[in-house]
Ligand binder design. Sequence first.
Ligand code: ZN
Length: 150
Amino acid sequence: MHSIGAHIYDVATSRKLLTRNRLKYLDDKSCVLCNGAEESVHHLYFICPIARSIWNGIRDWLGLRKIMDSPTTVLNAFQGVYRGNSTLNMMRCAVLSATVYHVWNIKNGVMFDNAKPNVEEIIKAIKIHVFRCIPRSIDFFQPSTRSGLL
Ligand SMILES: [Zn+2]
């Protein structure tokens, strides 16, 4: 795994994120996305049906076939997919970080701004986020660059 992607992922799955199960002042610790189980990092990113739908959309977008339902399976899915091409390694890290960011973002949107999670819109936002990371010097329309992303 590329070190930057691994680092981003470590931050997301570390104990630093204040998920509801860690907020002592909250009586209701259920996940705000699905109103289901207690919101932990593991639930929010891998068990929650909303998160799973987002990962599935990202998986389909990238043409991956591996199941992504745990930290290990997500890292495995991303590992080696674009090995050997630094531009695409960068894109892989961007996809991973954007997905982690947008799951956290919609959780906060629901919690604080009464937002409604819309999986298709979130996946679209992730794609836009990733495409904005592409340096202008990279010719995205070269088939060799584009093949793993569309
Ligand atoms: Zn949930």
